[in-house]
Design a protein around this ligand. Sequence first.
Ligand code: NAD
Ligand code: UD1
Length: 337
Amino acid sequence: MKLLVTGGTGYIGSHTAVLLMQAGHEVVLWDNLSNSSARVVDRMAMILRERPLLVIGDVRDRAALDALFAHQGFDAVIHFAGLKAVGESVERPLLYYEHNVQGTLTLLQAMAAAGVRLFVFSSSATVYGDPASVPIREDFPRAATNPYGRSKIIVEDILADLITADPTWRIARLRYFNPVGAHESGLIGEDPRGTPSNLMPYICQVAVGRRPQLRVFGDDYETPDGTGVRDYIHVVDLAAGHVQALDYLVGKAGLLTVNLGTGRGYSVRDLIASFARAAGRPIPYVIEPRRPGDIATCYADAQAAQRLLGFRALRDLDRMCADAWRWQQQNPHGYDG
Ligand code: NAD
Ligand code: UD1
């Protein structure tokens, strides 16, 4: 198939585009480079021995999208483009709704006008808010605790309305748990701008000497060791889930909603220990108060993805840390370092 991958130079988009091309699809990347580097494409070309086309553009730009669709004749769109920093979304809600909701709406309108009706959307486990129990199933109630999460819920609802109005659409709402790690080549990986707010990139920067120590946000949660528990999933496993979701939608019109996680939870201390083994050095840390808005435990019931897509996360925590470390060591200052 010929695929448009929005946000295709970003962390998850770049890994997914590599797997999509390796599965035989033709890929065009569409990104405004607000949170990524065009150099990602050189790295992808080194892995693939083939260069994906990058078109610099914004999903809020209807005229540019119309021109792109008229030119390219896409079969489907995989939509990663958007803003994802929870704290920033609280400070700048209108910006988040503009990129994540209006941007997605504009993209869907351009697709509808061009007659492209296969869409894969990056949703998040954040739509579950603070779940009443774990593991989290797809039919659990959704509740946003911040504008970022609400933007994901709003788009999920727009997509459901679209299918109701026109059942010939084929739409996947993929709810990612905590994507970490990097491609095994060490050529592409996560390269956050500024201070990382997520755990794994922060640990990576401590290990490589860019930051003195990790701050562990709370050790008094009701978890086995007191630190927060999450469902970390290797980004390449997550990317493979997109290839499988696309295959599923080719065979079946309608709405697919699945968790993409491993079904296992690990604590902050587990991650620190696994990373220290991978890097062969200790990760210094201090215990600090809880981070506002954090929950104790979050992990997926991953059975629906397995049943419907044949999805299975293959890479364990040690592999996630080893691959994240290889990327960080080879690129201590990311793509532009
Ligand atoms: P990322 O920031 O690395 O990638 C997003 C890409 O979109 C960036 O390259 C950025 O430049 C681009 N972009 C942003 N706004 C745009 C716009 N208006 N037009 C065109 N391009 C634009 O983030 P990521 O971690 O790869 O996340 C991809 C998607 O997955 C996002 O929608 C995010 O909300 C979702 N998600 C991510 C996580 C996670 O932990 N990383 C978890 C759940 C869901
Ligand atoms: C965060 C977002 C969530 C988003 C997810 C995926 C918040 C409140 N939530 O989730 O909406 O979908 O990322 O990217 O930001 N931790 C530390 N020290 C750090 C960083 C994190 O101890 O420097 C702890 C956290 O308290 C948590 C765990 O590590 O227990 C994971 O944190 P993080 O990587 O930020 O992911 P989430 O909080 O799960």
